[in-house]
Design a protein around this ligand. Sequence first.
Ligand code: FAD
Length: 281
Amino acid sequence: MITPLYSVELFPPKTAEGMAKLKLEISQLNTLNPAYFSVTYGAGGSTREGTLDTVNWLRELNIDTAPHLACIGSTREQVRELLTHYQTLGIKRLVALRGDMPSGMGAGERGNFHYANELVQFVRTEFSDAFSIEVAAYPEYHPQSSNPARDFENFKRKVDAGADGAITQYFYNADAYFAFVTNCQRSGINIPIIPGIMPITNYTQLARFSDTCGAEIPRWIRRQLEGFGDDVESIRAFGHEVVLNLCQQLIAGGAPGLHFYTMNQSAPIVRLWTELHLPTK
Ligand code: FAD
């Protein structure tokens, strides 16, 4: 029986004011005792400084931290340097991704990696087992995949290259997650597949994200959220019930943990965590 992993994800703020606010949110989230805090990284190194500042701050507080590393647009040397730095900070876990090419970046700036499986392979070759590696999984399929079977084969490449676990893109349909896990079991993939959980607090922002990342907002949820218009309180109350219910279904169905996309807001996560009776400090 593996211990379930409950983790939280942050993104690096762009301003000093954002960083000051994030520190307050981190102190609230840290009372929950998450297994680790992950910190996103912009492909092509576009958030490199912000990611490093956030990771450094978490490590100063001695918090288990998993930096994301999106390899597209980076050279082997840049990745090696970053990972060597992470080793000196005592980091033991990474989230290894391809990322998306920042707009305006030309084909000549793609760097040395094409897909995330190449990054996983690189980390294993150069750093052996120094890092536990999480990769991304897409129960509703990656938006660029030409067909589901090929997308699943590509997911398996990352596992075969040495991934220790996977975190899913967010979804609101638990069946998509359970079907993906069944597919993994049938294909001999035994790593934990941790559902990524996106709280619902802002419909416009969620709809925009979902369009680009290929996550479906089921019609009944979308219609309800649209119906609330600018009534933020009703959006939050309904969104909380939907996500709480989703998490309960996932836990009851045997999900090996939950990874919360916090959007740098602690309050919705603290409320979910408490009502789900997840372990805390
Ligand atoms: P891959 O696994 O490489 O897959 C990308 C696409 O290429 C898929 O369509 C796949 O089917 C196809 N493919 C994969 N391998 C091959 C191959 N060998 N040959 C042919 N086709 C292939 N983005 C960021 O920029 N920064 C972040 O910090 C970040 N964090 C994320 C965290 C999680 C948990 C998730 C789910 C996503 C995150 N993303 C992040 C978004 C992610 O970078 C994008 O979804 C990106 O488009 C794909 O990254 P990937 O690692 O899944 O790519």
